[in-house]
Design a binder for this molecule. Structure first.
Ligand SMILES: Nc1ncnc2c1ncn2[C@@H]1O[C@H](COP(=O)(O)OP(=O)(O)OP(=O)(O)O)[C@@H](O)[C@H]1O
Length: 310
């Protein structure tokens, strides 16, 4: 493999501070309840996927925007500690994005997100980052930043660079963005929204082959549907293939999708075919669900090798 690329992966996406409080129950309108001590964790899908890929050994950079505030500095510190190149992380324009999370005793989350600086990552920021964009073997994005910004990434991609999109939170996608995806990576809920499907998803597992074919018909060169403990499904012009999950005792599925996606794009960049890269994603996702937290749960390549066979 040639070494003309500076980065194995450039992630274009969000960085959030996750502010978590445990509560006995959620307050009704107008009510106050007391909760646990506040825990502040680095998060956001862009930062999570960048950290997960770097921990697996990929030379990774993040194009993102944080506020000129304590949360922004916390995020930059955690990215640097994970060996993510932060030279394309912009600062200022709005407060750092924040997710206010309450967790009840059964583990159910209620979340309010303030996108903050993430919403100010503009197409102009992408143009300013053109040298980095052209220096990456793979570019990946999610949708916690403006769709126009993702559109500009697609427009400016170099001819040899592979693009992967995880449309989370999901939205209908313009044809030029869909056409650039190789792969489009969705869970069942995201698949339904991208397809414009209004069904109840009751037979989701059985319908995933149909969804994969429907998604491919929208234009991406390949599709990956993640199915939680059921593993994943990959599809391209050659057909569809099931990727089994690695059986584990899950303790916290937070960040499983980010771990899977980062591992998948990392391996695609290293030359694996789609089923092989997805199988590695399943191994990394499986390790992540055996640990608590999001970024805290992402394993190194050695830990993946020790924890899972293959
Ligand atoms: N309980 C589990 N046991 C083993 N592997 C799992 C489990 N949950 C998830 N995985 C692995 O992680 C991958 C991604 O998980 P999932 O489909 O839940 O993504 P997601 O819905 O985007 O997750 P999240 O939004 O919680 O990060 C799965 O395809 C699977 O390979």
């Amino acid at each position: 493999m040639d070494d003309t690329y500076t980065y194995d992966l450039l992630v274009v996406g969000s960085a959030n501070a996750d502010l978590v409080i445990g509560v006995e129950r959620r307050p009704h309108a107008g009510e106050t309840v007391l909760g646990s001590d506040l825990a502040v964790h680095p998060g956001g899908k862009g930062a999570n996927q960048a950290v997960a890929a770097a921990r697996l050994g990929a030379r990774t950079a993040l194009l993102a925007r944080v506020g000129d505030d304590d949360h922004g500095r916390l995020l930059l510190d955690s990215l640097r500690t994970a060996d993510v190149d932060v030279s394309e992380v912009r600062t200022g324009g709005a407060p750092t994005g924040v997710a206010l999370i309450t967790v009840d005793p059964s583990g159910d989350n209620s979340i309010v997100v303030s996108p903050g600086a993430n919403a100010r990552l503009t197409p102009a920021d992408v143009r300013d980052a053109l040298p980095a964009l052209r220096s990456a073997r793979v570019v990946s994005a999610q949708l916690e930043i403006p769709l126009d910004t993702v559109g500009e990434v697609v427009r400016l991609l170099g001819p040899g660079t592979r693009f992967a999109l995880n449309p989370s939170p999901p939205a209908p996608l313009p044809p030029e963005v869909l056409a650039a995806c190789d792969p489009l990576i969705v869970n069942e809920h995201e698949a339904r929204v991208v397809l414009g499907d209004t069904g109840d998803g009751a037979a989701a597992g059985e319908r995933s082959e149909d969804w994969a074919r429907g998604l491919l018909a929208l234009g991406p060169r390949s599709v990956v549907i993640t199915l939680g403990a059921e593993g994943a499904l990959v599809a391209d012009a050659r057909g569809t293939a099931r990727v089994p999950a690695v059986p584990v005792s899950a303790v916290d599925t937070t960040g499983a999708g980010d771990a899977f996606t980062a591992a998948l794009v990392r391996r695609l960049g290293a030359g694996d075919d789609l089923p092989t890269a997805a199988a590695y994603g399943a191994r990394v996702g499986a390790v992540a669900v055996t640990r608590r937290g999001a970024q805290a749960s992402f394993p190194t390549a050695d830990e993946v090798a020790r924890a899972t066979a293959g």
